[in-house]
Design a protein around this ligand. Sequence first.
Ligand SMILES: NC(=O)c1ccc[n+]([C@@H]2O[C@H](COP(=O)([O-])OP(=O)(O)OC[C@H]3O[C@@H](n4cnc5c(N)ncnc54)[C@H](O)[C@@H]3O)[C@@H](O)[C@H]2O)c1
Ligand SMILES: O=C(O)C(=O)C[C@@H](O)[C@H](O)[C@H](O)COP(=O)(O)O
Ligand SMILES: [Zn+2]
Length: 363
Amino acid sequence: MTEQAVTRIQVGGTEGSDPYEVLVGRQLLGELPGLIGRAQRVAVLHPEALAGTGEAIREDLAAQGYEAIAVQLPNAEESKTVEVAAYCWKALGQTGFTRTDVIVGVGGGATTDVAGFVAATWLRGVRWIALPTTVLGMVDAAVGGKTGINTAEGKNLVGAFHPPAGVLCDLAALDSLPVNDYISGLAEVIKAGFIADPAILDLVEADPQGARTPAGPHTAELIERSIRVKAEVVSNDLKESGLREILNYGHTLAHAIEKNERYKWRHGAAVSVGMVFAAELGRLAGRLDDATADRHSAVLESVGLPLTYRGDQWPKLLQTMKVDKKSRGNVLRFIVLDGLAKPTVLEGPDPAVLLAAYGEVSG
Ligand SMILES: NC(=O)c1ccc[n+]([C@@H]2O[C@H](COP(=O)([O-])OP(=O)(O)OC[C@H]3O[C@@H](n4cnc5c(N)ncnc54)[C@H](O)[C@@H]3O)[C@@H](O)[C@H]2O)c1
Ligand SMILES: O=C(O)C(=O)C[C@@H](O)[C@H](O)[C@H](O)COP(=O)(O)O
Ligand SMILES: [Zn+2]
């Protein structure tokens, strides 16, 4: 029997944080005890959709002598609330969770964002491990230590930088992912292509149908390349004092759309529209060439991601964008491209230019 290949990508070790590894492969659960280490108690946080997986992991850990509990969260964005975080804190308190105990977040980006946030806040910080089960979780959310929840005012407005102790990306998990959720994750893959690694765009453009399925010929390469982009950035700027902002490409408008849709749109779908907007903004600001700007719509559409949003919503979206985390006082700031893989910041664009860029999105 041939041994399955496992790719190991190093992250961090800067700004006082411990370095950790992102593993990509199959059948990675055997790595979990090594990451859990000397903890006595383990809480496995999982979404409703992965109740069976969460319970199986709990049973496995219990059989190895850990006091393991499974904590079920709502699916998707409904889990990113202070009420759900409080429910988790209660479960930890009732289990007698101490500073040497460990949280395992198994699920998509929403689940790992909450699991990381609960880990960051419980006893002012306990260790946690991410087991991402979506494309988006593997290539983006589980890596880099941004954890958080939403508030009524907007997306991810409360959170902490709290890197995981390790990330296990088991590609087999993607087989059960609904196709819309799979495609949503491709938005962050394509984002990594535009901001840093154009080979990603070449791979998607060469076979858009293959990119839409876990059985595609380049699935592992697309995921690994995207993780390397994220790992490189967060290893150099964990707390977003500068460089890390490039990972927010397309997100200023995306987060406003998500709030406007009461979080019923998937994050990746909103990021897709947000990147079309950011590309047009870059073009109108005289930074980005036409060919690269047009490439955005073409590649995003080729995998089935949306390009447009409702024209009449602009005033509300603009209002929401003012509390984007990249804003400074009254100055709105956007990530745009100076060219392919040349991300930069555009500060305080003229409101007329913003509206004109939104014209590309609203048709
Ligand atoms: N922290 C970060 O750096 C970061 C980066 C990017 C995105 N995010 C966040 O990630 C979230 C989006 O994550 P997502 O796209 O993974 O969506 P998600 O976590 O909402 O998951 C989508 C749906 O798929 C289900 N699911 C997850 N894995 C499954 C599987 N293997 N099989 C079947 N169903 C499965 C979930 O229960 C949910 O219903 C957003 O909240 C976004 O803000 C965070
Ligand atoms: O890791 C980052 O930094 C990112 O910006 C990655 C984004 O894809 C992600 O959606 C992140 O959660 C957005 O962060 P926020 O600070 O704008 O809430
Ligand atoms: Zn994102």
